[in-house]
Design a protein around this ligand. Structure first.
Ligand code: F6R
Length: 609
C-alpha cells in the first residue's frame, strides 16, 4: 500500500515524478503529493484524490527543482486529506519524507518529540520520521536517517530529502519493497519496477535494513549500522510497453486478453512434448528434497488463495500428496504443525503481501521446505523462500487480479506434474496426454475471448442487479469464488461464491427473482450433481446463467442463459471457466461507471496487516 518514488538527474523532475506516480497508483490512490528542491526551497504540492488531481493542481503552478520525491497514498493512519498526504515535513519545512508502511510506535515517538518541542501538523504515523531525522541532523542526511530509523518499529520503505544536505535522496527499508534504478546520469528509488522501465532496466533490489544514498554521481549503499555495502544490479527484461494500456479502455481488460499468452509464457521451456518430462529444476529445490515431501501446505490471500484451492486438486489428483490450504492471515496466528517433510507453498502475485510474508516466516520456524509462487521477480516472498517458481505474467496493473490468476494456475499445474513425476506417481510418458491438454488451453482461451462481445451483451442485462450467487463444485468451486470476488470488487455488487452442494444448507433461502445465480458447470464428475443444484434453484423461481461446454445441449434446457466454452480435460477447466466470469464482471463494472482499474478502498499490494 502506498507508492514512493524519488528522482535525481538532469531531466525535468516534476513530469518524471508524476508519470512514475501514475504507474504506482495501483498501490493506493486516496491522496498524492510531490516535493522538489531548488537552490533555496523545498516546493511541496499535495492533494486529496488521485494523480490526475495532482496533475490538475500542478497546472496552475509547477514547481521547479533538480531532484525530488513523490507519493501515492492508501490511508492507514489519518483520513485521506491534503494535510495527511505525503510528503511530510519537519518543523523547518526544509526536510521531507515519503513513506510506505506503518510505524507501530509512532504514538510514543510523537509524544516524546512533542515534549522535545517538535510541532506536528498531521494525523499520520509518517510525520514522526521527518521530526526524528530533523532531531538527529548534524549536516549529513544519511547519518541522520541512519540514527532516526534505529528508533522506528514497524515496516517502512522511505525516501528523505533535505535542503540542508541538498542534492541527495536517502532511502531505507524494512518490510515494504524499494528498488533503485541506475540510469544514464540519473537515479531513481521506487516502490516497484514499473515506473523505472522507461528509463532503465538496471535495477538494484534493496534488502531489509539497507540504505541507499542517491546523488547526481551515482548511488551508495549502506547497512543500518552505516557501513558501506556492495550491491549488484539486476538486468530486468520487462519492457515499458507492458505497463501501457495498448488501446484497451482499461488495464484490466488488456490483462484479461493477455491470458492465453501468459499461460503460454508460463509453460514455455518447462515441458517436453517429446518425453512428457516437466523441467522445474530452476525453482532451486532439489528433486531429492521434493521426493521426501509428505504434505503440501498452501498459504495465500485473495485471488492467490483461489489459485491455491485449484492447486489442491492438481496436486492431490496428480501427485497424490495431501494438501492443506489456508488463508495466510489466519495461518500465521494458528498453532500449526509442520515438519521437515512438509512443503509450504506461498502463492503471491506481488510477493509482498504482509500476511503471506508473515505466514511464510512463521512457517519457516518449523523448518519445512518453502516454495514461493510469485510474479514479481526478487520480491520479498520470493527471496525468503527456499525456492521460487515464477509466473511469467508480466506486470499486472489492474488492481483486480486476472492474468496472474491464470499464470498461477499454469505454474501450479506444472508443479503438480513435476511432483508427480519425482514421486513416481505418473511416469513421464504417461504425462504426455496431460501436457498436451495443458498446451491446448491457451488456444481454447482465445476462442472464449473471441466471444467477448456476446458476453458483454449478456452482462449488460445484469447491470442493475444488487446481488449475485456463484455456484461451482469440485475444481470449479474456486472459480465460483473467484468470479464472485471479481464482481464484488470492481462493480460493488454483492456476490457470494458457494459450493453447489452447500446451497441447500442455507443460502437457498436467498433465492428469488432478484438474485440471479451464475453456475459453473463443465462436464466433469460432479456435472449431474450440479444439475440437481440447478433444479433446486429453478424450483424456487431463481434466474440461472451457466458457463458450460459448448456441446452440452442438456444445459440449454435447464438454465436461462448459457455462456459456452470449448470442452477440455476437466482438471484444466478452471483456465476456461474463469474467463467468462472475469469478462462478465468487467463489462458490468465498466457499464456502471466504476473505476475498474482502481476500485474504491483497495490497493494492489497489501503490505499492511
Ligand atoms: C483480487 C486481488 C487480491 C489479491 C490479494 C493477494 O483481485 O487482487 O485479492 O489476490 O491481495 O495479493 P498477492 O497475490 O499479491 O499476494
Amino acid at each position: 500500500m502506498c507508492g514512493i518514488i524519488g528522482y535525481i538527474g538532469s531531466k525535468d523532475v516534476v513530469p518524471i515524478l508524476v508519470e512514475s506516480l501514475k504507474k504506482l497508483e495501483y498501490r493506493g490512490y486516496d491522496s498524492a503529493g510531490i516535493a522538489v528542491v531548488d537552490e533555496n526551497q523545498v516546493h511541496l504540492k499535495r492533494v486529496k484524490g488521485k494523480i490526475s488531481d495532482l496533475e490538475k493542481s500542478l497546472k496552475s503552478s509547477t514547481p521547479n527543482g533538480s531532484f525530488g520525491v513523490g507519493h501515492t497514498r492508501w490511508a492507514t493512519h489519518g483520513r485521506p486529506s491534503e494535510e495527511n498526504a505525503h510528503p511530510h515535513r519537519d518543523c523547518t519545512d526544509s526536510l521531507v519524507v515519503v513513506h510506505n508502511g506503518i510505524i507501530e510506535n509512532y504514538l510514543s515517538l510523537k509524544k516524546k518529540l512533542t515534549d522535545e518541542g517538535h510541532t506536528f501538523r498531521t494525523e499520520t504515523d509518517t510525520e514522526v520520521i521527518a521530526h526524528l531525522v530533523e532531531k538527529y541532523f548534524r549536516g549529513s542526511l544519511e547519518k541522520a536517517v541512519q540514527q532516526a530509523i534505529q528508533e522506528l518499529e514497524g515496516a517502512y520503505a522511505i525516501a528523505v530529502i533535505s535542503l540542508q544536505d541538498s542534492g541527495k535522496i536517502v532511502a531505507a527499508k524494512i518490510g515494504p519493497p524499494a528498488v533503485v534504478g541506475l540510469g544514464d546520469g540519473e537515479y531513481f528509488v521506487s516502490s516497484d519496477l514499473n515506473p523505472l522501465l522507461s528509463y532503465t532496466q538496471k535495477i538494484v533490489f534493496l534488502e531489509d535494513e539497507e540504505i541507499a544514498v542517491l546523488d547526481s554521481q551515482g548511488v551508495n549503499f549502506l547497512n543500518f549500522q552505516g557501513k558501506p555495502i556492495k550491491k549488484n544490479a539486476d538486468h530486468i527484461t520487462w519492457s515499458p510497453l507492458m505497463v501501457e494500456k495498448s488501446g484497451f479502455k482499461h488495464f484490466m481488460l488488456k490483462e484479461i486478453f493477455e491470458q492465453p499468452q501468459v499461460v503460454r509464457d508460463t509453460l514455455k521451456g518447462r515441458i517436453s512434448l517429446d518425453s512428457g518430462k516437466v523441467f522445474l529444476e530452476e525453482i532451486g529445490i532439489t528433486p531429492q528434497a521434493l521426493e521426501k515431501v509428505k504434505k503440501v501446505v498452501i498459504v495465500a490471500c485473495g485471488t492467490s488463495y483461489h489459485a491455491g484451492l485449484v492447486a489442491k486438486y492438481f496436486i492431490e489428483t496428480l501427485a497424490r500428496i495431501p494438501v492443506e490450504i489456508e488463508f495466510a492471515s489466519e495461518y500465521r496466528y494458528r498453532d500449526f504443525i509442520l515438519d521437515k517433510n512438509a512443503l509450504v507453498v506461498v502463492i503471491s502475485q506481488s510477493g509482498e503481501t504482509a500476511d503471506s510474508l508473515a505466514a511464510l516466516r512463521a512457517a519457516k520456524r518449523q523448518k519445512p521446505l518453502s516454495l514461493a509462487v510469485c510474479n514479481v521477480v526478487k520480491s520479498s516472498i520470493a527471496r525468503e523462500s527456499d525456492g521460487v517458481l515464477y509466473t511469467h505474467a508480466g506486470p499486472e496493473i489492474g488492481v483486480a487480479a486476472t492474468k496472474t490468476f491464470s499464470a498461477q494456475m499454469a505454474a501450479l499445474a506444472l508443479l503438480a506434474l513435476y511432483l508427480a513425476q519425482i514421486k513416481g506417481k505418473i511416469q513421464e510418458q504417461a504425462s504426455l496426454p496431460l501436457i498436451e491438454d495443458l498446451q491446448r488451453i491457451p488456444h481454447k482461451m482465445e476462442k472464449i475471448l473471441n466471444q467477448a462481445a456476446s458476453i458483454e451483451e449478456l452482462a449488460l442485462e445484469f447491470v442493475s442487479f444488487s446481488h449475485f450467487l456463484y455456484l461451482g463444485r469440485g475444481i470449479n468451486f474456486p472459480v465460483a469464488l473467484e468470479g464472485a470476488l471479481k464482481l464484488k470488487e470492481i462493480s460493488y455488487i454483492h456476490a457470494e461464491g458457494y459450493p453447489g452442494g452447500e446451497m441447500k444448507h442455507g443460502p437457498i433461502a436467498l433465492i428469488d427473482e432478484k438474485m440471479p445465480t451464475m453456475t459453473v458447470i463443465p462436464k466433469d464428475n460432479v456435472y449431474e450433481k450440479m444439475l440437481s443444484n440447478i433444479s433446486e434453484i429453478k424450483s424456487r423461481v431463481g434466474y440461472i446463467l451457466a458457463v458450460a461446454f459448448e456441446e452440452d445441449e442438456e444445459i440449454l434446457e435447464r438454465v436461462d442463459r448459457v455462456i459456452p466454452i470449448p470442452s477440455a480435460n476437466p482438471l484444466f477447466t478452471p483456465f476456461l471457466t474463469t474467463l467468462p466470469l472475469q469478462l462478465f464482471a468487467y463489462y458490468i463494472a465498466a457499464k456502471r461507471g466504476a473505476d475498474v482499474d482502481q476500485p474504491r478502498n483497495l490497493a494492489k499490494s497489501v503490505t499492511v496487516e
